[in-house]
Design a protein. Structure first.
Length: 364
């Protein structure tokens, strides 16, 4: 079991990663909660609900289900979940346990941060992306038609419990989606994580827990270290958005239906690498290293028919933009990025068109 600690002004909390992590929920039995609720999806619960209840020993908790998919990250779904809590008698001493991937974590964290002006929640991520990234840092949000994650809060969970055993039932595409975020962390951190990923990437599969154990903690630690130094994205934490400006635009341009978040980040990493190389921030050799990592994860769904004009139109709506000025996270080499403003949208459009012509493995 690997343990990390997030230390933040809004509250400190532990992160446990490893087999048996769910048992830590038993420690909350003496905390005097008036009621406990699980927020999850039916598919996840069908595979893992019985085991989760047994290991957590929270047998009296009630379960609220959310439809699977990014479209559940909406104001309407947030209202529906909050209304269910109210009808079930949830009060300020209730606990909300978020058992699912990034959608459950973001939506549920937002509900917890606003219901009764804030109730305790626990993040129990069940996807690779959730375990190394989205469950850590206390960022919660829902999407608007205008863009991704535009309505949200910073609200720390009581704890984060990540058991890799739950990854064994992920389908290959969902699993690869999480690996693109691991690649992002390796590009940011370089060093040991990059070496570890380079050594194990070709053997990472949902059923290979031994290889996963070596990666999960190291990837999660990258985010923990950044969050501990910059809780609310004042400066440093912006680097975690590497690949996300293009990625979020791709998700929004296709209605959050065609690409998973991780796949969008994969394309975003490729696009920002092309842009950085075009502008002279990134040498060809370093650009090749980043592209190689993304390609080794596996095939991506094609973007050849996604309008460059649609992508460019959405870029200024990124939540990191200020007065329409995009704050780009630009790689200078593996292990080093910088925040850059003032890049003409025409350059971004050209970079996207270049990415659309890359000869890479694509999903059939």
């Amino acid at each position: 079991m690997q343990r990390f600690q997030v230390t933040a002004k809004s509250g400190n909390y532990p992160i446990l990663i490893g087999r048996g992590a769910w048992r830590e929920l038993r420690s909350l039995g003496s905390c005097g909660y008036s009621s406990i609720f699980f927020l999850t999806e039916k598919g996840i619960w069908r595979h893992w609900g019985e085991r989760f209840v047994r290991e957590s020993a929270l047998r009296d908790a009630r379960t609220i289900f959310v439809p699977a998919g990014e479209r559940s990250k909406s104001v309407a779904e947030m209202e529906r979940v909050a209304s269910k809590l109210a009808r079930a008698g949830a009060d300020r001493k209730s606990l909300l346990v978020l058992f699912g991937g990034g959608v459950i974590g973001d939506l549920g964290g937002f509900v917890a941060s606003t219901y009764m002006r804030g109730i305790d929640c626990v993040q129990v991520p069940t996807t690779l992306l959730g375990q190394v990234d989205s469950s850590i840092g206390g960022k919660n949000a829902v999407n608007l038609a205008a863009g991704k994650n535009l309505v949200g809060t910073f609200y720390p969970p009581r704890m984060v419990l990540a058991d890799p055993v739950v990854l064994s039932t992920l389908d290959p595409r969902n699993f690869r989606s999480g690996l693109y975020e691991v690649v992002k962390h390796a590009v940011l951190a370089g060093g040991p994580l990059l070496s570890l990923l380079d050594r194990h990437l070709d053997s990472l599969r949902p059923d290979n827990l031994r290889a996963l154990d070596a990666i999960l903690g190291s990837a999660a630690e990258v985010k923990v270290n950044v969050v501990n130094r910059d809780e609310r994205e004042a400066n440093l934490r912006q680097v975690l958005n590497l690949g996300h400006t293009f990625g979020h635009a791709l998700e929004a341009a296709t209605g959050y239906r065609r690409y998973s978040h991780g796949e969008s980040v994969g394309w975003g990493l490729l696009a920002i690498t092309v842009l950085a190389e075009r502008l002279g921030y990134l040498e060809a050799g370093e650009a090749g290293r980043i592209r190689d990592l993304v390609w080794r994860v596996g095939p991506l769904p094609s973007v050849r028919d996604v309008s460059a004009g649609a992508i460019v139109k959405l870029l200024p709506h990124d939540k990191k933009s200020v007065a329409g000025e995009i704050h780009w996270v630009i790689p200078e080499r593996v292990g080093k990025v910088r925040i850059v403003t003032g890049i003409p949208l025409a350059e971004a459009e050209s970079a996207w068109r270049d990415v659309q012509t890359l000869k890479i493995p694509l999903l059939a």
